[in-house]
Design a protein around this ligand. Sequence first.
Ligand code: IVH
Length: 696
Amino acid sequence: MTAIPAAEAHLVLSSPAAYEAAIDRLRAASGAYYAGENSPLDDASYDALRLAVLAWEAAHPGEVPESPTGLVADGAAPEGDVAHTTRLLSLDNVFGPEQLLAWDASLRRRLGREVAGGYTVEPKLDGAAIAARYRDGKLVRVVTRGDGTHGEDVSHVVGSVVGLPEVLAEPVTFEVRGEVLFTHEQFETAQEVRAAHGGTPFANPRNAVAGTLRAKDRPYRLEMTFWAYGAVDLDGGSFLPAGGTHAEVLAAVAAAGVRTTADTPAGLRVVDTIAEAQAGVDAIGALRAGLPFGIDGVVVKANSAAEQAEAGLGSRFPYWAIAYKLSAVERQTVLREVVWEVGRTGVLAPTALLDAVEIDGSTVSRATLHNPADIARRDLHLGDTVTVYKAGDIIPRVQAPVVELRPDGAVPVPLPAACPNCGGDIDKSQERWRCAKGAGCALAPLVEYAAGRDVLDIDGLGRTYVKALIDAGLVADVADLFTLTEEQLTVAAGSARRGAKLAEQFELARSRPLSRVFCALGIRGTGRRMSRRLAAHFGTMEAIRAASAEELLAVEGIGPEKAPVVVAELAALAPVVDKLIAAGVNMTEPERAAQPAGEPGADGAAPAAGPLAGRTVVVTGKMTGRLDGYGRSQMNELIERAGGRAGSGVNARTTYLVSAPSATGKPSSKAVAAEKLGVEVLTPEAFADLVADYLG
Ligand code: IVH
């Protein structure tokens, strides 16, 4: 399969006919977008096509009098009939550091000197622009951008946009301008609500906004979110600070009760130099994957209103602001097939096989899907063009089909009629389907996982020996591992030396903490982290077995859906647990067992009061020194033992980032994010000092 290159990067138009065709495609994409339909081009392809058109126009001056590229929204936006107070402009784009410097040089040329008032750096929110007018503290009108001079009245959304209150605390009059969008969570809810009303799915959050703004008579309301990035006075009023800065304008808007880009988790930075602005762009870029909404770039603006006025406006965009586009994290590609695999807990996991497409620097040809109900809700058909989202290290996910591009005769994604592993019945009682044999179906992956790192840690028991033991009928469940004799291990491993080594490993495995033994059972929803929480909470297997679903709710991360599943599956595994006990396998969590409730632990340092109590720690890079060889899972275990919480991404709740210096000397994206948020960064050595009592 050939990968569709990101952004069709080096597209060159070679003839007037190619130019005309490109213009038609741009118009069709913009037209569909503004009609609230799903666009036939993804953003990256749209940007590349637009750049190619601009390049052609630059090379053929005078031949293109009516090019749409000179118009806001390529001239495709519906005009609407509400006149804007002042024009609502778009932004010019840059795609890298040199281009940002070139924009800065052009700004300085226009000013005839250096930029004295500094710059602001804020996220470029990926939604739709609106102007919202407040008169005497009441939200009286919401208008789309339209063609920049006239927009459509979409006041029907008043009351369903978080961040855009209907009434302000003070009776102030002004107009805010900003972006309305669906957060990831709001988008998922919107898809569900829409499906429940028999509507076709939205291809992505941005299309969902365009569609929702235009749909005035839907029988349901969808919640969206707003952040302002600018404001103007209305009716000759003077609410806004005159002659101040962009940051001050946003602060005034926020003080009035409307949320601004400064309130987003990415924030607003005020900096002095363009080099610092570039650092701000990098910092926001590093936060992107963890943001709860989509951004497609970072906006850099001259902060001083006086310098903005001096730099002036072009026909489409101001000269004092620029959008620094980030690589596309969402692309369109074709869904060819869905394969189903049975995991260690017996759950049937669907994976989408896609035409390979490059997203955010890597080639994506597989993406996870959740479960049959989710596939049905998303209305996915084989052959569908789908939007796929991937940012940073996250696993690619299929967002939705582009229903307009569905081929004739496409069939809905078929769901398995029998277990794809053993051919037996499927238990469909939960949203996630499971082989009726449960963890007993996919015995090989279960035993491999149980014997693996950070679970029972049976060094040397890899896939081949596991298979040999199962094929020989010696292992029918996890507990059977502990009944194996050295002779049987010798036969499976093919040598007495290896057999003896394995027997030694099994002896060690017998005394692993309860958290790991519990994890080895393969109960749905109880991976390493959840097993640690359960073991820390209950202390003994006996206590977990005796717990009701209600009692399990006290464990963080166990909700009303998961609790009864854990109870039922643990009860069904009673013979396996009994066999483990009979084989002398440890059934207690050491630190917890040594610490009766309310008293300090045996070593005087109970985990709840450990050095990391109440702290969230994120780890990045390869550990060194005393932590040499600690993988991610072992670090998480260590953090939790010391009373802390292990986080995966740096955010406002992070206390420490443990960061090993990278080989290249370039700070990791997590380190950049920590710097931006003021999170304390510790070297592995400093962290080892902090948790010294818990090492080893
Ligand atoms: S400033 C006069 N700031 O991006 C300057 N725009 O591609 C007007 N956008 O039309 C825009 N986040 O709808 C600005 N922080 C931000 C933004 C932002 C998103 C949108 C806006 C604009 C489009 C241009």
